[in-house]
Ligand binder design. Structure first.
Ligand code: ARG
Length: 456
């Protein structure tokens, strides 16, 4: 029998019950549900709505139920509809009529909203920990490869040489904003909706702030309708997860490229690569590809929840039960991917000397020539035009920039002098950067120093 059945002449049809049961998902929130109930009961006693001895009995029994669930002795039976009903029914079975006082002045609507916020609070902390941890892995690698030169790309066409550390630090910076977003979301998540009851509040003399205080939350969600029927904070958390996943997928894509034979840059440890059932020579970057692929789950969750909430009239509607599927999917997938991406990076070696020689005299140093002319007072647009002509010569004669004779440079512009060649190495290219935040060794060192200090 459901906890609400007395006005009904028949029990809910089994297939309808099975369809509407959410215990397979909200059963995972049993700890949050019990924490919330205990705080609620302590408040009821403090406000003299129930007696102190009644509250103690309920709390003791709730702790017992928690143990039974965690040890697997109490099965999460879908016939109980949801975790709230299951726990309340079990409580009444255990301690009788006193147990029937647990649900005084609350509804499952504010109860589930509280469970979700407690869950989000816990998981935001986990997500932040994992994000910090992968940032540290990026930092270790950046330190390890601070002298390694790679081609930087735009449009996946060679653009300008970079220090590999610079590219790795870019990810640290992105992930840092991810942490900021999570922290910001935490401010709004960490508020208690409990005591809003079904939608309108209660006539009983409750103290909503006390429940929040018992749970260590930083306030209440004031308006009772808002408290039970808003899921924007949850959407915000899934958005933050989506952005993390977007960042991880860009890194994954680079790992896939770098580990290809064409790039020949990344060497993934055998323990993080897979083979082919047919082609004996294959070593595939499946972990990176899976992270890239799992973005679909998290974006799917974001659109799933946005769609559920769209056009729902206030206040609670049963549609909202579907929210937890998306919340848990997004959080768990993002946590897995943060961990696995970090491990993949730890288990990858990069060939330090893969690119530097090849980049000496490479066309990706063309901008060096432009800056050279600009320093000789040639207007930028004109300098760009001159160097474009030199690039055309290189293409026609299949030559590198450092293979063009000075006489031929001079044919295109008299401003070129012997000294120009010293600008045509990959090393000088990165070393000559002056602007703050550039890929120069000095700036990279400064950034490394900053992150070492800030990621402690
Ligand atoms: N299982 C429900 C959910 O997750 C709990 C709230 C149910 N409230 C109700 N009035 N049916 O949304």
């Amino acid at each position: 029998m459901a906890i609400w059945n007395s006005r009904f002449k028949k029990p809910l049809a089994e297939i309808a019950l099975k369809f509407s049961s959410s215990i397979d998902i909200d059963g995972k929130l049993y700890n949050e549900d019990i924490d919330g109930s205990k705080a609620h009961v302590r408040m009821l006693a403090k406000q003299k709505i129930i007696s102190l001895s009644e509250s103690k009995k309920i709390i003791k029994a709730l702790d017992g139920i928690r143990k039974k669930i965690s040890s697997g002795k109490l099965k999460l039976d879908w016939r109980k509809e949801d975790i709230h009903s299951l726990i309340e029914e079990r409580l009444v079975e255990k301690i009788g009529n006193v147990g029937k006082k647990l649900h005084t002045a609350r509804s499952r609507n504010d109860q589930v909203a509280l469970d979700e916020r407690l869950y989000m609070r816990k998981e935001i902390k986990e997500l932040i920990k994992l994000t910090r941890s992968i940032q540290k892995t990026f930092l270790e690698k950046a330190e390890q490869y601070k002298n390694t030169i790679i081609p930087g790309y735009t449009h996946l066409q060679r653009a300008q040489p970079l220090l590999f550390a610079h590219q790795l630090i870019a990810y640290i910076s992105m992930l840092d904003r991810d942490v900021e977003r999570l922290n910001d979301c935490m401010k709004r998540a960490d508020k208690s909706p409990l005591g809003a009851a079904a939608l309108a509040g209660t006539t009983l003399n409750t103290d909503r702030n006390l429940v929040a205080k018992f749970l260590g939350m930083n306030g209440i969600v004031e308006n009772s309708l808002d408290a039970v029927s808003s899921r924007d904070v949850m959407i915000e958390l899934i958005s933050a997860c989506s952005i993390i996943m977007m960042h991880l997928s860009r890194f994954s894509e680079e790992m896939v490229l770098w580990s290809s034979q064409e790039f020949g840059f990344a060497d993934i440890d055998d323990s993080f690569a897979t083979g082919s059932s047919l082609m004996p020579q294959k070593k595939n970057p499946d972990i990176a590809e899976l992270v890239r692929g799992k973005v679909g789950r998290v974006y799917g969750s974001l659109f799933g929840l946005l769609t559920i909430m769209k056009a729902l009239p206030l206040a609670y509607n049963r549609d909202m039960q579907e929210d937890k599927v998306h919340l848990l999917e997004a959080v768990n997938t993002t946590k897995d991917c943060l961990l696995l991406s970090s491990e993949l990076l730890k288990h990858t070696n990069f060939r330090k000397n893969r690119f530097e020689k090849e980049l000496d005299g490479d066309l990706s140093l063309a901008t060096e020539l432009v800056d050279y002319l600009v320093r000789k007072n040639v207007p930028f647009r004109e300098a760009h035009h001159i160097v474009g002509k030199i690039v055309a010569v290189c293409w026609d004669q299949n030559k590198k920039l450092n293979e063009i004779l000075l006489a031929d440079y001079k044919k295109i512009s008299s401003k070129f002098e012997q000294g120009v060649y010293k600008y045509l190495t990959a090393r000088s290219c990165v070393e000559n950067r002056k602007s703050s935040g550039s890929t120069s060794p000095k700036e990279v060192e400064r950034q490394l120093h900053f992150w070492k200090k800030n990621l402690q």
